[in-house]
Design a protein. Structure first.
Length: 191
């Protein structure tokens, strides 16, 4: 294996194991074994497990963001942009269940709490499309005047629950149901 391939295998193994067993249930030795590398090899690429977890999150964000922006038209009305982004995000989660499971754990852990806080409050750069859309929607009085954290919760709480239920097989989302779900999220935040 070449160096980039080894790193990719380590990241893939970490994603799979953390999605399956959680952060604490996926020790570095287990990740190394799944990746087919020696335990010491991981430390050539990642200083420690915290760095691996943060890098994996950044890798996922770098895949999700372009997927959401594909076909996105920033000149469209706020509602249409919200529907586009919400639909793209839900479809990404449905098509990438391991990514979804990792992100769900990350955002609900001490690793992700500070990161989420900084993103919502605008203290961390990158992938700010939803925050910017919410700020514009509130300022134009198209969305309810609520704190950003509540707008995020009203938008993503239902979306995440539906994605989880689809992945678990409780519901099967087709195009029509996805559209109705994102519309319902919009109804929760629009004026």
């Amino acid at each position: 294996m070449t160096k980039p391939e080894k790193r990719d295998e380590i990241v893939r193994a970490a994603l799979e194991l953390i999605a399956e067993h959680g952060f604490h249930g996926a020790p570095m030795a287990m990740i190394a074994d799944r990746a087919g590398v020696g335990a010491g090899t991981i430390y050539r690429y990642f200083e420690n497990k915290d760095v691996l977890i943060a890098d994996l999150y950044r890798d996922l964000e770098e895949r999700i963001y372009p997927a959401m922006l594909e076909g996105y038209a920033p000149d469209k009305p706020i509602r249409e942009r919200f529907l586009h982004l919400g639909t793209a995000l839900l479809r990404y989660f449905i098509n990438n269940p391991l990514d979804f499971r990792y992100l769900e754990q990350f955002h609900n852990s001490p690793y992700g709490a500070e990161f989420r806080r900084d993103k919502i409050l605008g203290k961390k750069e990158g992938c700010d499309i939803f925050r910017e859309l919410f700020e514009e929607g509130v300022s134009r009085q198209v969305m309810k005047e609520l704190p950003l954290v509540i707008l995020f919760a009203l938008s993503f709480g239902p979306l995440l629950a539906v994605a989880r239920d689809h992945i678990l097989g409780f519901i099967s989302l087709d195009d029509a149901l996805i559209a109705r779900t994102i519309e319902a999220c919009w109804d929760g935040i629009r004026r």
